[in-house]
Ligand binder design. Sequence first.
Ligand SMILES: Nc1ncnc2c1ncn2[C@@H]1O[C@H](COP(=O)(O)OP(=O)(O)OP(=O)(O)O)[C@@H](O)[C@H]1O
Ligand SMILES: [Mg+2]
Length: 363
Amino acid sequence: MDTEQLKKQMKKIKVKNVLNADVEVENNSSLQMIGKGRQGAVFQYSDDICVKVFGNQEDCDREYYALSLGKNTDLFPKVHAKGKLYIAMDFVRGVDLREYLQSQPLTEELSNKLIQMLIVFKEIGYERIDHHKRQIYLQEDGSLKVIDVARTVWRDRVYPYPRKLLNSLGAENKEVFLSHVQALAPELYKEWLHYIQMEELSREIYQVVLNEAPDKEKQKEALKMESNKLLTRDDEKNYVVLLEGLMHKVFKEEWIKTMLARGEDPYKVMEEIDKYWVERELESIGMKEATSIPIKIQKEKKHRFVGFPESASRFGTRIAKKTKYEKKAKSQSKIKDKDFKKEIKVKYNKESGRKIYTGIIKR
Ligand SMILES: Nc1ncnc2c1ncn2[C@@H]1O[C@H](COP(=O)(O)OP(=O)(O)OP(=O)(O)O)[C@@H](O)[C@H]1O
Ligand SMILES: [Mg+2]
């Protein structure tokens, strides 16, 4: 091959890469362009040789490296010359599989050849054991030739099965090919099937995640609204009651700590505290004497309660709180706060040491 002649021609061709499109070509040579893609444009150089001119050096080096890996096989065009931005190689005759399969069936024999092709890919060290059907040519003698191999090497990500080849065959031929693989190489078929199923699963998971996302947002919004029910500060009266309860609790805890630090008996201390609160609260509703005077049953109705100090000591505030049920009940019976009397007994749970209040509130 006259490489000087080739060089001269190459100076007259400019190829520029375009994002997401085939290259742009400025051809002032006498060579005729026979095809182009994203990486380069291909020109007929002689009857048996064509030259691929690249838009950038990396793609050119990559394709050259991939072709050199396969130079001892019959699967790829032979390289005749290499420049910074071009590769002169065998002109591949025959028909590519995209065209061929439009009118011809995918026979088991052809499937066999495709599996052999993948084996060669693996043997020569290609990282991507895969290829699109339009880059695979069926020759007159029945053998296969593969072009456009730059993307088989120097890859970050590869797939564990020939995804591109299978998908490029189309749904029907994909099934035919897989049935041939199942018959010719059952273990390989099982593995591919596994990956195909995993791929399907990934797709389903993606859909679930995608559909879940807006729901999650909705749930968050709903919770935001619902949690407003837990807010307490809008109702000023109730707020005072709750705050008072909280302060009682803190005050009691601190008081116990102080008394314990002074070496007092904790049970006795707690009893004293509770007695104090009950008296304070009864006092606040004008019933200071209630703890000492005998219980006077004015009406039949009784409110029995068993609970912890908080519920007992807030006896007075419970009345002030007036839930809508209490308001209703109260308006129905026209009972006044001073009508309430209560008798409270404090017991201690021997195991937990907690106080249990039992008693009857009578009115
Ligand atoms: N060795 C060859 N023999 C015959 N025709 C060829 C040869 N190499 C490439 N061609 C033709 O040139 C076209 C473009 O070549 P090629 O696919 O290698 O370009 P590319 O830019 O690398 O493509 P892609 O965008 O797929 O990477 C091919 O589709 C084919 O028609
Ligand atoms: Mg390419």
